[in-house]
Design a protein around this ligand. Structure first.
Ligand code: ADP
Length: 168
């Protein structure tokens, strides 16, 4: 059995930054379990079911060889990782903004479960400044974000927020 990582996150919605991270993760791990965290404290645009479905539609075509699993979980990430037999928690780092938060979370996870390692990768530089929240905000104001998200996500965003003609 090869090394398995879980890649936990909100994925509200999945972006090409997330896809890039999975692609790079597969160069390091044999299998990646992309897991939508159910976090009632975060007001989400898409339900957990919708996010799981969007991840399936977005990742299955690109990575068809059974090395990707899409799942959901509640509770502590380290408990979920242990249940899944994962050796690592995969997270992404963007230009400067993520470090402090990710560092604190990795420290806590290590305190809780020293045998599960946090592994950080960077997405391709094209996605350094892309986040689900900026994508959501721009789409909600009528912007076309189709070059920042997988096609199934672009479709869902268009149906939620019909694009508006821009002035100028
Ligand atoms: P969370 O609410 O857990 O941060 P996100 O869906 O926002 O969930 O992000 C999940 C993980 O993916 C985080 O580690 C985040 O840093 C990483 N990530 C998100 N977007 C990008 C990106 N454009 N480039 C690199 N990593 C990213």
């Amino acid at each position: 059995m090869g090394a398995v990582a879980i890649y936990p996150g909100s994925f509200d919605p999945p972006t090409l930054g997330h896809v890039s991270l999975v692609e790079r993760g597969l160069a390091v791990f044999d299998r990646i379990i992309v897991a939508v965290a159910k976090n009632p404290l975060k007001g989400a645009l898409f339900s957990v079911d919708e996010r799981v479905e969007l991840l399936r539609e977005s990742l299955a075509e690109r990575f068809p060889d059974g090395r990707i699993e899409i799942d959901r979980f509640e509770g502590l990430t380290v408990d979920y990782a242990r249940r899944k037999g994962a050796a690592a928690i995969l997270r992404g780092l963007r230009a400067t903004s993520d470090f402090e938060f990710e560092f604190r979370m990795a420290m806590m996870n290590r305190h809780l479960e020293k045998d599960i390692h946090s592994v950080f990768l960077m997405a391709d530089h094209r996605w350094f400044f892309i986040s689900s929240s900026t994508v959501k905000e721009a789409a909600s104001l009528g912007a076309d974000v189709s070059d920042l998200v997988p096609e199934p996500v672009a479709r869902r965003l268009r149906s939620k927020y019909p694009p508006e003609p821009r002035e100028g």
